[in-house]
Design a protein around this ligand. Sequence first.
Ligand SMILES: Cc1cc2nc3c(=O)[nH]c(=O)nc-3n(C[C@H](O)[C@H](O)[C@H](O)COP(=O)(O)OP(=O)(O)OC[C@H]3O[C@@H](n4cnc5c(N)ncnc54)[C@H](O)[C@@H]3O)c2cc1C
Length: 290
Amino acid sequence: MLPEFDLVMPRSLNEALQVLAAGSPEVLPIAGGTNLTVDMRSGRYEPKVVVDIEKLPELKGIRRENGQICVGGGVTIAELLKDGLVAETAPVLKSACALFANPLIRNRATVGGNLVDGSPAADTAPSLLALDAEIELTSQDGKRRLPLDEFFIHVRKTARQPNELVTALRWALPKPGTGSAFYKLGLRKADAISVVSVAVVLEAEKGVCRKARIALGSVAPRPVRAKNAEEFLTGKLLKKEVFEEAAALTAQAVSPISDVRASAEYRRRMSAVLTRRMLEQAAEQTGWKE
Ligand SMILES: Cc1cc2nc3c(=O)[nH]c(=O)nc-3n(C[C@H](O)[C@H](O)[C@H](O)COP(=O)(O)OP(=O)(O)OC[C@H]3O[C@@H](n4cnc5c(N)ncnc54)[C@H](O)[C@@H]3O)c2cc1C
């Protein structure tokens, strides 16, 4: 059973921020509710006030803005999945959305809720990290933007303050010679929590890596980047031996645990295997043939 709470239905972002302004952990926003209602039923959260932000127009929309893609914090996974701009400019995110839960959940679940929940297995996180996304947090005091990599702190702990809402995510339009790939390994092919997920974005010129981003889910207390492997790749010719070395470095960058889904050893091994495969796929998309 759900505990008792007051439901507030603001008509604008300003109204919502006013209710959240005291910064009390007993006042929680709800978007799609696919995490929060489960957490309220289980007793993990017992808010006295729930602020419904699902229909706020300020949290909606996917658009180009000053050379970037801007996605509202209240955009659903289904909306990301069917959006032409996302497909064209961020296929790595589209791939993650295609493997997210099931159509019913995708219709309600929002990208903001996915990130704020702070799960190491959040499916949009590796792709958004690999895209170098920035997250916009808004309170009555104003807006602040931070690299998504600085947003995740630990399991279910993020840099969001209780008086803030995630209003947008932004990332740069891809440069020519960009390739990307995403893989989610679960215990079944659909509707599964990831055992390991890997997102890769590579920028290359004549086969030389100009920039690499490798991000992983479910292999550390938070979604992580393999920065050692990214640095190693930069300036190197994209080829098999280089991918193998980068994959081995990635396995060193993760700190997985054993749980009901997989052992830590298996997760570490699959971090390397999947990273190598995703690097190969992404490299091919840059237009380079070894
Ligand atoms: C059956 C099932 C399957 C699932 N499968 C997957 C899966 O495959 N992959 C995956 O990653 N997740 C999965 N989830 C988890 C969940 O669906 C996602 O994390 C979802 O994106 C959460 O978004 P929401 O809008 O429903 O968040 P809500 O439940 O509304 O909120 C989640 C948290 O974020 C806060 N919040 C929400 N929006 C904002 C905002 N804009 N600003 C600030 N705080 C905010 C809330 O206060 C709450 O603490 C699954 C859940 C269920 C029940």
